[in-house]
Ligand binder design. Sequence first.
Ligand code: UDX
Length: 474
Amino acid sequence: MALNEQKEEIHVLMVAFASQGHINPLLRLGNRLVSKGLHVSLAITEIFQHRQRKSSSTTHTTDSIAGIQLLFFSDGFSIEYDRGSNLDHYMETLGKAGPISLSNLIKDNFHGGKKKLSCIINNPFVPWVADVAAEHRIPSAMLWIQPCALYAIYYRFYNNLNPFPTQTNPEMSVELPGLPLLQTQDLPSFVLPSNPFGSMPKLFTELFKNSMKKIKWVLCNSFYELEKEAIDSMAELCRIHPVGPLVPPSLLGEDQNPDIGVDMWKPDEACMEWLNHQTPSSVIYISFGSIIALSDKQFESIAAALKNSSRPFLWVVKASVLTTSDSAGALPSGFLEDTKDQGIIVPWCPQTKVLAHPTIACFLTHCGWNSMLEAVASGVPMIAYPQWTDQPTNAKLIADVLKVGVRLRPESDGVVTAEEVEKCIKEVMDGPESEEFKRNAAEFKRTARLATAGGGSSDRNIQVLVDEIISGGS
Ligand code: UDX
């Protein structure tokens, strides 16, 4: 059989949790698989379809995105259920209902007929997908959506391969191959004895102890040149294959390829016009991603530092915070009025376009991995203000490994002062190390493009995956 004819039959099913940070990297990976001749579908929980129908921001139809077929399965809840109200309960129910409805989806769509389902790709928040794949005797892969460094830490933690802080020794530092010495404040919050988040550690225990054995290919949204040491350190234990950065093609110099990501909220495009009127490399961009809500004190420190700096800024303050809610802080009163000629505040922006804009000088970020990769691919230095989960380790990478910026240091009561924010803004924008940060950031922008271009390190990893899928997972 000719190769093209053979590829026609090969189908890959990706399975995602219904959140932007999970769907977008999978869609971009799917896009690369499609460009190498595979057929790709993405199965998402039904709530995504419902949200997309309600959203006016999407230009995609809900049954396919750029040649990737969308399929929907039940998470065990009605559409009206508030999925954010109790994460533990949600994850537990999803873990029971998901396997049954996904299994039915596979039977309905892939049994019989011409489609040969040859690989199922899951992500770390739906580890039970590997069990469903095993039941159907289909080889499975996982797309790890945080840095390889985090995969290396969790793998060693959940398999008890190295000592980590305990209740009796909470402050111990952790020494792991391929990583700098990690203090408590550099470790992901899930591995700390004080960790208050129930469902995520349970999920990761399941993933690293059980599901991993059923996963043939561990892929990562990163690239070799960014995380050489961490990637090499896993070669003997459980090899990880970077296939990223899975960011919009325009950030990688592939302007001819349109982006296929989805947006959780409608971005305010007018801020691009405001950016067009600023001086090159002058604007501070501030965003804390899709989940985090700042406290009053955090708002105060950032607001005071921005005002004192007198530099132009673009700050994303999500709508619920702009109108204030019980659980979140608010902007200090008078701030909007006082700074109306200095900066703008928007509820959600087209972040990847913003980061690529020549007027952006630095990014004050919570260090979510998607934001960090987008800044890396845009060559923008960062000011790290990590909050939880992988973000403290990502901040360590920014300041001490990649050297593309600085990290805000809190006082002993955990609060970051306005003086500290102002000091870090100065350091990144025109301090003695600012030129080094810019040089390093520009170099990673260059290597990100090389990694994803034809024959680059990530492209080669994707090609190996495709070849192995075609040859039946051998
Ligand atoms: C979550 C976790 O919080 C994070 O630690 C983990 O690394 C990934 O999953 P989130 O907090 O949403 O993610 O942050 P991040 O990973 O940075 O993703 C945010 C996404 O929203 C980015 O792709 C960013 O481009 C986009 N965004 C953000 C916008 O499109 N507009 C905005 O105004 C702000």
